[in-house]
Write a protein that binds this ligand. Structure first.
Ligand code: CP
Length: 322
């Protein structure tokens, strides 16, 4: 059990979490240390905590989600907060209300925090600048998915230890449109991991090598040969306005990771995926459900990591208003 005194003494000062690029190692360590403690309470069946008793958190999800939305709901609920989830189809956004007006009205309803998912890159920063309550980015367009980057790193550190320097991580698939790839790269590079990205050249432009400081290869075997972990990405048709490869079957044929290609992997390489998986496209069921897969562990870790983020941003806001 974490004492309330411990939570009052956090060094974290950010009201919002909208990206991982700007976080220092000290800030990341504070998130991960707290997430470790919360994970003990989650898997230990400690039940509901009361740190955020009396607080109300609104989950404003204007894009579909299963894992992130539910994990944020679980995290807030486990911390003792009251949670309200608003989906775009059930909000007045369908009547033409702006995002700013929607969020301002949610704040005026005496909400203590907004967690937002939106199809537009920059939506979370836009709200963070305009609201006095904390804003947490649950994924904005192809820009950032900070809590996914955190839970992926948390999962890798559980497997390989806290120092990831020299660990080889391959990110495979639709990198161009992936907020997960961006957030993963930003945080994993801070921990010294060596990142390779691969996929069709249309979705993994060569310029990514310089922009993100990663290795690029278009040869799947070469991409996974030395990897300690392979992070598969879904093809995001909803963000693509043209065909980036001839067909799903051809994508699977050239870039799909499957049973026949398992011997291209290192003996103890692990497989990760943020979900949802397009089974038999980027990843086949044999590997997705194999002992190598830590995909469901990622999901469980997402609750603990989000408990940490919610708690830290709420603590920073409360300290600032004392
Ligand atoms: N990883 C992820 O963002 O999944 P959802 O879209 O289900 O939230």
């Amino acid at each position: 059990m974490i004492s309330k005194e411990f939570l009052k003494n956090v060094k974290w000062t950010r009201k919002d979490l909208t990206n991982l690029q700007s976080l220092s190692i000290d800030e990341l360590e504070e998130i991960f240390s707290l997430a470790e403690l919360f994970k003990e309470s989650v898997v230990g069946g400690e039940g509901k905590l009361d740190y955020l008793h009396g607080k109300t958190i609104v989950n404003l999800f204007l894009e579909p989600s299963t894992r992130t939305r539910t994990a944020f709901e679980m995290a807030a609920h486990r911390l003792g907060a009251h949670v309200i989830t608003i989906a775009s189809s059930a909000s007045s956004i369908v009547k033409g209300e702006t995002l700013r007006d929607t969020a301002k009205n949610i704040e005026a309803l005496t909400t203590d925090m907004i967690i937002v998912r939106h199809s537009a890159a920059g939506a979370a920063d836009y709200l963070a600048e305009r609201l006095s309550i904390p804003v947490i980015n649950a994924g904005d367009g192809a820009h950032a998915h900070p809590t996914q980057g955190l839970l992926d790193t948390f999962t890798l550190r559980e497997r390989f230890g806290k120092d990831l320097s020299g660990k080889k991580i391959t990110i495979l698939g639709d990198v161009l449109f992936s907020r997960v790839a961006r957030s993963d790269i930003h945080v994993l590079k801070k921990y010294g991991a060596e990142i390779t990205v691969s996929g069709p050249a249309t979705l993994v432009p060569p310029s990514i090598a310089k922009t993100f400081g990663v290795r690029v290869t278009y040869d799947l075997r070469e991409a996974v040969r030395e990897a300690d972990a392979v992070i598969l990405l879904r093809i995001q048709h909803e963000r693509q306005d043209m065909a980036y490869f001839p067909s799903i079957a051809e994508y699977a044929n050239i870039f799909g990771l499957n049973e026949m290609r398992e011997d291209w992997l290192k003996k103890d390489a692990i497989i990760m995926h943020p979900g949802p998986i397009n089974r038999e496209v980027e990843l086949d069921s044999f590997l997705a459900d194999s002992a190598r897969s830590v995909i469901l562990r990622q999901v469980t870790n997402g609750v603990a990591v989000r408990m940490a983020v919610i708690n830290l941003c709420m603590a920073a806001k409360n300290k600032a208003s004392i």
